[in-house]
Design a protein around this ligand. Structure first.
Ligand SMILES: Nc1ncnc2c1ncn2[C@@H]1O[C@H](COP(=O)(O)OP(=O)(O)OP(=O)(O)O)[C@@H](O)[C@H]1O
Ligand SMILES: [Mg+2]
Length: 297
């Protein structure tokens, strides 16, 4: 059956119209999809910007808060050390006056009580001084006075200050005679502070009888090495790394009863390093310990 040409023509037109409509729809859909994608990207970019801005604001706020915390901490420790120190001045002053009978005669029992008050007030005074030193070391504000130091005179002062105490404890105190004629440039008072801490640590750990503490200095590869050696209970290898941290104390039954705050070695390390040296420790972990302080000559 022959189809009329006109019918075919009209069908073709309808088909063309339908295809055109479909194409237009598809294009509109495509454009919509692209617009949606662009919108998403824009939103994502805006979200990223906002997130970065928030993070930057948070970092700024954190830095400001850290700074404020730092200032508050410094002011707090300055205030505390000052407030703790102030009452100690009259306590120690009155102890001295009472002991010398300036305020009237006292009996032996009263004298003993006053000596206990004085001893504990002095302990508190030393602790406050340590806290202040730690704070100054942290803030890089510990002052040093560099001068000539005669090794001979330095050791002879230590000898006269400790000989009596150590004789009473039946502990041998040996000062090696090497390099006595040497004169070096350092801060005498600060170096003495380090020796005082190392010797007082040794005194705590030497045996009650046959204790021995040896101090001295030797020249080694262009350096001057001071040392403090004792025949105490030693320090095991794994504890040696932690020793110089603030408030670190080795917790063993032998040591638990012995006093201290754990600041001495942290301060010693700070002082030695500020004086241009290195502090280190060597021990067999059982029967002896030596602390070394090495300074370039
Ligand atoms: N010669 C030593 N022999 C054995 N252990 C030691 C010796 N020197 C230090 N130590 C250990 O190291 C710890 C830290 O010593 P550090 O001098 O820092 O503090 P401290 O003596 O306890 O207190 P502070 O010195 O503040 O009064 C001591 O508590 C002790 O456990
Ligand atoms: Mg100590």
């Amino acid at each position: 059956m022959l189809v009329d040409n006109n019918v075919i023509f009209y069908l073709l037109i309808v088909w063309a119209v339908i295809v055109t409509i479909l194409l237009i729809r598809m294009r509109q859909k495509h454009i919509k999809h692209i617009n949606e994608l662009r919108g998403d990207q824009k939103r994502q970019a805006e979200q990223t910007d906002a997130k970065e801005k928030r993070q930057a604001e948070q970092t700024d706020a954190k830095e400001v808060s850290e700074k404020l915390k730092g200032i508050a901490k410094d002011e707090f420790s300055a205030m505390i050390t000052h407030e703790l120190n102030t009452p100690l001045v009259p306590i120690l002053g009155y102890c001295k006056m009472l002991k010398t009978s300036m305020l009237g005669r006292i009996d032996p029992e009263q004298l003993e009580a006053i000596e206990i008050i004085e001893k504990n007030a002095k302990r508190l005074e030393a602790l406050i001084a340590d806290i202040m030193d730690v704070r100054k070391l942290d803030l890089n504000k510990l002052r040093f006075k560099i001068d000539d130091l005669s090794i001979g005179a330095f050791f002879s002062n230590i000898d006269s200050d400790y000989k009596k105490i150590l004789d009473g404890k039946k502990c041998q105190f040996v000062i090696d005679p090497y390099n006595k004629d040497l004169v070096i440039k350092t801060d005498k008072a600060r170096l003495r502070q380090v020796f005082d801490n190392l010797i007082s640590n040794s005194i705590k750990f030497v045996p009650e009888s046959n204790g021995k503490i040896e101090i001295g200095c030797m020249k080694e590869n262009g350096n001057l090495v001071f040392y403090v050696k004792d025949n105490g209970i030693g320090i095991s290898q794994d504890k040696q790394k932690e020793l110089f941290q603030k408030f670190y104390q080795i917790d063993t039954s032998e040591r638990r009863s012995i006093g201290g705050t754990g600041l001495g070695l942290a301060i010693s390390k700070g002082i030695v390093e500020k004086l241009g040296g290195i502090i280190s420790v060597k021990s067999d972990g059982k029967t002896e310990t030596t602390f070394y302080m090495k300074f370039p000559l």
